[in-house]
Write a protein that binds this ligand. Structure first.
Ligand SMILES: *Cc1c(COP(=O)(O)O)cnc(C)c1O
Length: 225
């Protein structure tokens, strides 16, 4: 199937979940994750109507950014090493993987304008995953007050890579609840209105549980390498 057909199918699925849960489909943004595909394929996603592009490596982001530049909104979605911040900071609109103060400090130091960040939550407490545990998130966000160029627009999570719907749902709903706790802090730098959750295999459940940005790679643009 073409990227355009894949996108149509995903949009139909979003519409159906939204009908079921009384949500407005315009609340949900699709980030095309292009880490496994060429710049050309990323461009075909943009031609099909995609506005948001997600990359998880500084190299991949830079390669595509050189060609696509301002024609997309750029999301950095992967583990971000502190020393690599300078390579991406002028190109990204959003960083989805803020999980430590040393990274916040470096982003704040290198940024020329306010950077929209998601605090990454390891909601299922998996060894293999980056992110703060649920209990660490509120104190961490309180500590971000010292970094004026960081705005916490939301929380990001990756659910365990399993098919058990109950576990997926529980993971996402934990993060939704945590979002409410953060919003209750009423911090001007942490409106936390967005939830970045849901990938190819679990985005419908993520939307049912409150996702506002879904990060879709394989089932939208495929896998070329
Ligand atoms: C690769 C990746 C995705 C997309 O995964 P798919 O299963 O291919 O949709 C989403 N989020 C993050 C953080 C990723 O690294």
């Amino acid at each position: 199937m073409s990227v355009k057909e894949n996108l149509q199918l995903i949009q139909e699925n979003i519409a159906e979940v939204c009908r079921k849960t009384n949500r407005d489909p315009s609340e949900i943004k699709i980030i095309a994750v292009t880490k496994y595909v060429s710049t050309e394929t990323a461009q075909s996603a943009i031609a099909a109507g995609i506005e948001h592009i997600g990359e998880n490596r500084d190299n991949g982001l830079n390669q595509k950014w050189e060609i696509i530049g301002e024609h997309a909104v750029w999301h950095f979605i992967g583990t971000l090493q502190t020393r690599k911040v300078k390579n991406i900071i002028d190109k990204v609109d959003y960083i989805h993987s803020l999980d430590r103060l040393s990274l916040a400090e470096e982003i704040n130091k290198r940024a020329k304008n306010i950077i929209k960040c998601f605090v990454q939550v390891n909601a299922a407490n998996e060894e293999s995953k980056q992110g703060l545990s649920v209990d660490e998130v509120v104190p961490f966000i309180e500590n971000l007050k010292d970094f004026p160029l960081i705005k916490v627009v939301g929380l990001m999570t990756m659910a365990p890579f399993i098919e058990d719907e109950g576990v997926l749902r529980e993971t996402f709903s934990k993060v939704k609840k945590l979002q409410k706790d953060v919003q209750a802090l009423n911090l001007p730098y942490a409106p936390c209105e967005e939830l970045s959750m849901g990938m190819s295999n679990d985005y419908k459940i993520a939307i049912e549980e409150g996702a506002t940005m879904i990060r879709i790679g394989t089932s939208l643009v495929g896998k070329e390498f």
